[in-house]
Write a protein that binds this ligand. Structure first.
Ligand SMILES: CC(C)(COP(=O)(O)OP(=O)(O)OC[C@H]1O[C@@H](n2cnc3c(N)ncnc32)[C@H](O)[C@@H]1OP(=O)(O)O)[C@@H](O)C(=O)NCCC(=O)NCCS
Length: 181
């Protein structure tokens, strides 16, 4: 999909043992650093691998897109675009698992991944994006800078990776006209 910043290149990922290993490393590291991405710390490599195995199988079925941000041969970040929406929501997609390696944070990789995910959603006529992010330790500021609008907060929604409850913030962004209906 093209070079974006500091020789980081973004593109769709497909199932392979190598990709799965790198995605698992990102996930384990993100959880260890307090990222609210559905798992508790310490995240066992087997659990992370099982998650990505299922996620990449869904990619092969066309149910989701997993984008990777490559720094040479190393995976520096990832985001998932969930396309498997109910029959009455063909124009919608969901953003999930936005993560950047700790070593690569603050360089615009997550923002670039989000822009790439938006472009891929639009190319599939998905004109409404939704996502949620933890109230504590999430990426609300990043999403708001990218034009996502806050619907509201659900308190005490999930456990933080190191324990204790956090709320979740629900965001949406219209990226194209609502022409279906
Ligand atoms: C959130 C995360 C993906 C950001 O990755 P990143 O590549 O460092 O982000 P970027 O460099 O693209 O940041 C873009 C902007 O958002 C800001 N930003 C980055 N992380 C942020 C956060 N957690 N909250 C608010 N703003 C944030 C940056 O300062 C930057 O601002 P700027 O453009 O004004 O300089 C990364 O911190 C991460 O992997 N966290 C753990 C997993 C997680 O919580 N993911 C979100 C789940 S919903």
């Amino acid at each position: 999909m093209g070079i974006i910043v500091d020789k980081i290149e973004i593109g769709p990922l497909h199932a392979s043992a190598k990709v799965r290993t790198m995605l698992s490393e990102i996930l384990i590291e993100a959880v260890a650093h307090g990222g609210s991405v559905s798992f508790m710390h310490p995240l066992a490599p087997e659990r992370a691998d099982a998650f990505w195995e299922a996620a990449l199988a869904a990619v092969e079925r066309g149910e989701r897109i997993v984008l990777g941000a490559w720094d040479g041969a190393a995976l520096a970040g990832t985001v998932t675009l969930l396309l498997d929406c109910p029959q009455n929501q063909p124009h919608r997609a969901e953003i999930a698992k936005l993560m950047t390696r700790v070593s690569h944070r603050g360089r615009g990789i997550a923002a670039a991944l989000m822009r790439a995910a938006e472009a891929m959603a639009l190319a599939r006529a998905r004109t409404l994006l939704v996502l949620d992010t933890a109230t504590e330790g999430g990426a609300a500021g990043l999403y708001e800078r990218l034009g996502f609008r806050l619907t509201g907060e659900i308190p005490d929604y999930a456990l933080k990776p190191h324990g204790g409850l956090t709320g979740t913030l629900i965001y949406w962004k219209r990226i194209g006209p609502a022409t279906i209906g």
